[in-house]
Design a protein around this ligand. Structure first.
Ligand code: ATP
Ligand code: MG
Length: 714
C-alpha cells in the first residue's frame, strides 16, 4: 500500500485518497492526471472499497486503456479481465454486444468505420436519385454524426428550411438502411447505448448499481452525448472522478465542449476540485515553450505549470527548403539519436495532417529505419485488408450490404454495373438486403450474382468450426483474393499484408480476454473497426513512432519532432478561416504536441511542400514566433538569400542534393514564361520529383517542379 502511494506529491496524494465523493482534477499536461486516476483505482481496490467489477474507467484511446489495465495489474494483484476500462466506443460496444436483443440489433452486428459510412451514404443517394453535388456525401455524414452526437434522431432534428428538410429525410433513410443491414456507425454505438439505458429501466438500474466508481480521463474532450451517457450511468449514486485539462481540448470539431467541464464541475465536483501544478514530464525549456504558446489563448481556466527537472536542452529549430529536405533532416537526426543509444520507441514524429506522413515514411524506409504509423492509412483500412474483412463480415452477417458491394465483384467475376443496379433496385423495392434480393435476379445477372452467393455459402460451410486464424487464411485463399494479388504486378505488399492479417488473428485469439460476446470472429471484426491501426505489423518491435498530433494525446516520448510547422498547415487553414476559436483550438493542439516531449524537442518547417499533388510555398507557422527566442537553438547555418521567411532569418543547411537535376546546374540562368529571367540557386530530387530553386530577382525566390515549370536555359 505504501508502495502504491509512495512518490505522489501532496495534491496527487489527496486526489488518490479522497473519500467516496465526486471530484474533478484540473491540471496541465504531464502533471500526473492519468497516473492519479490509475492509482486511485488501485487504491480503491486494495483498500477493499470496491472490487474490479464495480469500476468503470473511460480512457481516450485503446492504447491508453491497455496501458492502464497493464499498470493496474502491476499495482494490485487482481484479475483485470472483468474490468470495464476502455474508450466510450469500446465500452458502448461491449454493452450492446451483451444486450443486443434489447438494443434491437442482430447478434453479429458490424461496425461501420468512417469510410464504410461514406460508401453507404453515397449508395443511398444514388438509390434515391439524389443529386450528390447538392447534397455532398461527406457533408451528409457530418450532418448525421453531428446530430447523433447531440443525441438527436432524424425524427427529432430541427428543420428550418427546405434544404435541411431534405437532409433530415436522408438521415431518416440512412437510419432505416443501417437497421436493415444490421450495422452501426461510430456515433450510433453511443447513441444506441444511451437510448437503451434510458429506455430500459431494469438494465439501467443493473449498471447503475454495479458501477460504484466511474473514472474519466481527458474529460475536456467529451461531447454532449458522452456526458449524458456518463450522467445516466452515474445516476444510481456512483462516484464520478474526472481528470482533464481545458488547454488540451482538441476535439471541438467533433462536438467536444470545454463547457462540459464547467457543467461537470457544477453537477459533480462541487468543492472537490484539485489542481496539480508540478509537471513531471518535460524539462524546463520545453515547458516554458508550452506555457508561452498557450498563454496567447484567451478562453482559459488558467493554471501554472512548473518543473524542478532543470532547463534541459534548448528547442531545436530547423527550416528546410522542402518537405523532402525536412524529411532528410529528421531521419538523419533520428539515426544519430539511435546511434547514441536512444530507443526508437522513445522517438515520436508528429504531424498535423496524416497526408504529411508519406514523405517521412519514404525517407525512413529508404534509410532502413524501422517505424510504426498510428492512424492515417491504417492497417485495417488498407484495400486488401478491407476486402478480406468484407468476406468475413458476410459470413457473420449476409445482410451487410457495404461488405457485399465491396467484394461481390472483387476479384472480378464478370458482374457488371448493370447487374448491380438491377440488384440494388430489386433490394430497394422488396426492402431486403442485396444478399437476399439476389435470389430473385434472373438471366445472366442471376447466374453471376448467384455464383457469388454460392461462394459465400460454401465458404461459410467450409470455415465452420475452424479456429479464427485458419478461417482467415481459408477465406483469403478461397475467395480468390490471394490469387488475384499473386498475379498483380504490385501485389506483393498486399499479399504480405494479408499474411499479416492472419498473424493478427492469431495474436488476437492468444490475447486472453480479447474475445467477448458473439465469439472470436465478431470480436475480431469489432477490433478491426474500433481499434484500427493499433494492432499493426511489427508491434513490440523497436520502431520510431509516427502519428498525428491528435493521436498523440496523453502519450509521452523522450524525443519529439513536430514537423510541418507552416502557416496553413499548422495552424491548419480550415481553422484560420474559422476565426478566433479555430485558431485557439489549433494552439491547444500545438500545446499538446509540445508537451509530449520529455527531454528533447525539434520543431521544423519547410519552404515548399507537395501536398495533395500540388506544390505549396509556405511561410513558417505563427506558433514558432510564439516560442521565446532564447529557448531556441536554430540549426540552419547559412545566411538567408531571401527575406521571405523572416521567422527564422536563416536558411539552407547541408541537406540539399548537390547534383544537378534534369540537366540544369546551379548558377545557370533560365527563363520562365511568367517570372522571366532567373538564376538557379539549388536543386533537389530526380526524375519526376526534380525541383529547382530559382532567384527571379524582382519576382522573388521560387521552388519549381521541373516537370511542369517549362524552363528555357539562356
Ligand atoms: P497529459 O495531460 O499529457 O495526459 P497527465 O497529466 O495525464 O498528462 P501523466 O501522463 O499521468 O500526466 O504523467 C506524466 C509523467 O509524469 C508520467 O511519466 C508519470 O509517471 C510522471 N509522474 C506523475 N506524477 C509523478 C510523481 N509524483 N513523481 C514522479 N513522476 C510522476
Ligand atoms: Mg493523461
Amino acid at each position: 500500500m505504501s508502495d502504491l502511494l509512495a512518490n505522489l506529491n501532496s495534491p496527487q496524494l489527496q486526489a488518490v485518497t479522497l473519500p467516496p465523493v465526486h471530484a474533478l482534477i484540473l491540471a496541465g499536461a504531464g502533471s500526473g492526471k492519468t497516473r492519479v486516476l490509475t492509482t486511485r483505482i488501485a487504491w480503491l481496490m486494495s483498500t477493499g472499497q470496491v472490487g474490479p467489477h464495480g469500476v468503470l474507467a473511460v480512457t481516450f484511446t485503446n492504447k491508453a486503456a491497455k496501458e492502464m489495465t497493464a499498470r493496474l495489474s502491476s499495482l494490485v494483484p487482481i484479475n483485470t479481465r472483468g474490468m470495464w476500462i476502455g474508450t466510450f466506443h469500446g465500452l458502448c460496444n461491449r454493452l450492446l454486444r451483451a444486450h443486443y436483443r434489447e438494443a434491437g440489433l442482430p447478434q453479429t452486428f458490424q461496425i461501420l468505420d468512417s469510410a464504410d459510412q461514406l460508401a453507404m451514404v453515397k449508395r443511398l443517394l444514388k438509390n434515391l436519385n439524389v443529386d450528390d453535388e447538392k447534397y455532398p456525401p461527406r457533408e451528409l455524414c457530418h450532418f448525421i454524426n453531428a446530430h447523433k452526437e447531440q443525441g438527436l434522431r432524424a425524427s427529432q432534428a430541427e428543420v428550418y428550411d427546405n434544404y435541411t428538410q431534405k437532409r433530415v429525410e436522408l438521415y431518416a433513410e440512412y437510419e432505416t438502411q443501417c437497421n436493415r443491414e444490421g450495422v452501426v456507425d461510430f456515433a450510433e454505438l453511443l447513441l444506441r447505448c444511451y437510448e437503451l439505458l434510458q429506455r430500459n429501466e431494469p438494465l439501467r438500474k443493473h449498471y447503475q448499481e454495479r458501477f460504484r466508481y466511474i473514472l474519466v480521463d481527458e474529460v475536456q474532450d467529451t461531447n454532449k452525448l458522452q456526458y449524458a451517457w456518463l450522467k445516466l450511468l452515474a445516476g444510481g449514486g456512483a462516484m464520478v472522478f474526472a481528470v482533464g485539462d481545458d488547454d488540451q481540448s482538441i476535439y471541438a470539431f467533433r462536438g467536444a465542449e470545454v463547457g462540459n467541464m464547467r457543467e461537470f464541475e457544477r453537477d459533480y465536483a462541487g468543492d472537490n476540485v484539485i489542481r496539480l501544478e508540478q509537471n513531471y514530464r518535460s524539462h524546463g525549456n520545453i515547458l516554458a515553450a508550452a506555457n508561452a504558446i498557450i498563454k496567447n489563448n484567451r478562453e482559459r481556466l488558467g493554471k501554472n505549470l512548473w518543473t524542478d527537472a532543470g532547463e534541459g536542452e534548448p528547442i531545436r529549430a530547423f527550416e528546410a527548403y522542402s518537405d523532402l529536405d525536412e524529411a532528410r533532416f529528421v531521419v538523419e537526426e533520428i539515426r544519430e539519436l539511435v546511434r547514441d543509444g536512444i530507443s526508437p520507441t522513445q522517438i515520436a514524429l508528429l504531424y498535423r495532417s496524416n497526408a504529411q506522413s508519406r514523405v517521412l515514411e519514404n525517407e525512413l524506409f529508404t534509410k532502413n529505419v524501422p517505424y510504426k504509423v498510428y492512424g492515417g492509412l491504417r492497417f485495417f483500412e488498407r484495400q486488401e485488408i478491407k476486402h478480406a474483412l468484407a468476406y468475413l463480415r458476410l459470413l457473420g452477417n449476409p445482410d451487410d450490404d457495404t461488405a457485399f458491394l465491396r467484394v461481390v465483384n472483387f476479384p472480378t467475376r464478370g458482374i457488371g454495373a448493370r447487374s448491380l443496379e438491377n440488384l440494388q433496385a430489386t433490394a430497394h423495392q422488396t426492402n431486403s438486403s442485396l444478399y437476399n434480393a439476389a435470389a430473385s435476379l434472373s438471366g445472366k445477372s442471376g447466374q453471376t450474382v448467384g455464383a457469388f452467393i454460392r461462394l459465400i455459402e460454401q465458404l461459410r460451410i467450409e470455415t465452420e468450426g475452424l479456429p479464427l486464424p485458419e478461417m482467415v487464411e481459408h477465406i483469403i485463399e478461397k475467395s480468390g483474393l490471394a490469387q488475384h494479388y499473386r498475379t498483380d504486378k504490385e501485389g506483393q505488399d498486399r499479399l504480405e499484408n494479408l499474411d499479416e492479417l492472419i498473424n493478427a488473428a492469431a495474436t488476437f485469439i492468444d490475447d486472453e480476454g480479447a474475445i467477448g460476446e458473439g465469439g472470436a470472429l465478431v470480436s475480431f471484426l469489432t477490433l478491426a473497426s474500433l481499434e484500427a491501426g493499433e494492432h499493426q505489423a511489427g508491434e513490440g518491435q523497436e520502431a520510431v513512432q509516427l502519428m498525428s498530433v491528435h493521436a498523440a494525446k496523453g502519450l509521452e516520448f523522450d524525443v519529439v519532432f513536430i514537423t510541418g510547422l507552416e502557416q496553413g498547415l499548422f495552424p491548419h487553414e480550415n481553422s484560420i478561416n474559422a476565426g478566433k476559436d479555430g485558431l485557439e483550438e489549433e494552439r491547444r493542439l500545438m500545446y499538446v504536441a509540445v508537451t509530449r516531449a520529455r527531454q528533447r524537442l525539434y520543431v521544423s518547417c519547410a519552404q515548399t511542400r507537395m501536398l495533395h499533388g500540388q506544390t505549396r510555398y509556405c511561410v513558417p507557422s505563427s506558433f514558432l514566433d510564439e516560442i521565446p527566442e532564447q529557448l531556441l537553438l536554430k540549426l540552419n547555418k547559412k545566411a538567408a538569400p531571401a527575406a521571405a521567411f523572416p521567422a527564422f532569418g536563416s536558411f539552407g543547411g547541408g541537406y540539399a542534393e548537390p547534383a544537378a537535376a534534369g540537366g540544369l546546374r546551379i548558377g545557370q540562368t533560365v527563363e520562365h514564361a511568367k517570372f522571366g529571367l532567373g538564376v538557379i540557386v539549388s536543386t533537389e530530387g530526380r526524375g519526376a520529383d526534380a525541383r529547382v530553386q530559382i532567384n527571379f530577382g524582382g519576382s522573388g525566390m521560387k521552388w519549381l517542379a521541373l516537370e511542369y515549370a517549362k524552363l528555357t536555359p539562356v
